[in-house]
Design a protein around this ligand. Structure first.
Ligand code: ZN
Length: 366
């Protein structure tokens, strides 16, 4: 064994009374807290967060809006705020971009950060990285942080206040985590403990969501907090997060995410489609390319049943499109540095075309 290996597993609480844990969890780190939030997130969660902080025994130094994007400029602005400087800890309330921004500010200031996700769409509330963008919206970098957030508090009622699309996309993104991590390691190389743990945990992102995903979306539609909904939220936020904080970066992605980055070179993709929606299409391409027909059957059927994309038309693309620009960006993506066998743009293009045929056959048999 060389060097020191550390894994920081996420700590979290879920439930309609999750915020009652503010007191015991925050009390470990001090007495004062400043809240930094997203705009819509705060409208949906203020009525739950503020009374809970009041009861927690923490002194609230202030609440401030994080900005509009996960940028280094917003990190600097947050760090310069007196209420942030004076606080023993920070509480981030928002979506992935807000949480990533506050995580990076807290990391630079050496303060613990707590998270309250306002949407169930990604694992940002518990991971040890921040995905940062430039002010023009283009991707910037992914700084690695020293620690995971101190604790993540999930109140499903807040998640329900967000549009259902986010939950559906979150399910699609989480399911990719299993398919990609297992695929990346399938060459059979010896895995270190963290990678094996993460890849094993990745299974939680797939089968339980196949089972609960549709029910969770139906319950969310009705505004009902149910066991299926809570399970789906956990398998969107926590399970992929466990993969992310445990595995070697080689096993964190695959064709689904690389193709997503490739597809974003078409402007309408980022404009009209959520990250997880596009990734869930890429999962099908990844499975077909790998000839994993059993999981393809499951994932295809699931996507179809909940309205996630299954073909090029669903992404406003056509079969006649050569996708040369898309595949060029796909191939250059870091997600394809480590693959279990050689992956070329021709192989991906063929899988995309084969998926169209697969879809046609599905329609004929139904
Ligand atoms: Zn993703």
């Amino acid at each position: 064994m060389e060097g020191i290996k550390s894994i920081y597993l996420p700590q979290f609480t879920i439930g309609e009374h999750a915020f009652e844990q503010f007191g015991p969890e925050m009390g470990k780190f001090g007495k004062t807290v400043t809240v930094i939030h997203g705009e819509k997130a705060w409208m949906a969660s203020e009525k739950y967060v503020l009374p809970a902080l009041e009861n927690s025994g923490q002194k609230l130094l202030g609440t401030l809006f994080y900005g509009h994007d996960a940028t280094h400029e917003n990190v600097e602005r947050i760090m310069a705020d007196q209420r942030v400087k004076e606080a023993d800890m920070l509480l981030a309330v928002g979506g992935g971009k807000c949480i990533d921004t506050v995580k990076l500010a807290a990391d630079k200031l050496g303060k613990p950060v707590f998270t309250v996700p306002s949407i169930a769409s990604n694992c940002a509330p518990i991971t040890k990285i921040s995905i940062m963008y430039h002010e023009d919206g283009s991707f910037c970098d992914i700084p690695r942080l020293k620690y995971v957030p101190a604790h993540c508090f999930i109140d499903p009622r807040i998640v329900l206040a967000a549009p259902i699309r986010f939950l559906r996309a979150g399910i699609g993104d989480a399911m990719a985590k299993h398919i990609e991590s297992a695929w990346s390691a399938k060459a059979g190389e010896t895995l270190d403990y963290g990678s094996e743990l993460g890849i094993m945990a990745g299974r939680m992102c797939f089968l339980p969501l196949l089972r609960d995903g549709r029910q969770a979306l139906e319950d969310a539609e009705k505004g009902t907090v149910s066991g299926a909904l809570e399970n789906a939220i956990l398998n969107i936020v926590i399970s992929p997060g466990i993969v992310s904080v445990s595995v070697h970066p080689d096993y964190n992605g695959g064709v689904a995410h690389a193709l997503f980055y490739g597809l974003t070179s078409r402007k309408h993709i980022e404009k009209n489609h959520l990250h997880g929606e596009v990734v869930s299409y890429g999962t099908l391409v990844n499975l077909l390319l790998d000839k994993d027909y059993e999981n393809l059957r499951l994932a295809y059927g699931f996507n179809e049943s909940v309205g996630l994309p299954v073909c090029l038309t669903d992404l406003e693309l056509t079969r006649e499109d050569g996708l040369t620009d898309v595949l060029q960006v796909t191939m250059a993506n870091q997600e394809l540095i480590h693959t279990p066998y050689a992956v070329t743009s021709e192989i991906i293009y063929q899988a995309i075309q084969d998926l169209e045929e697969y879809g046609k056959r599905q329609k004929q048999t139904n």
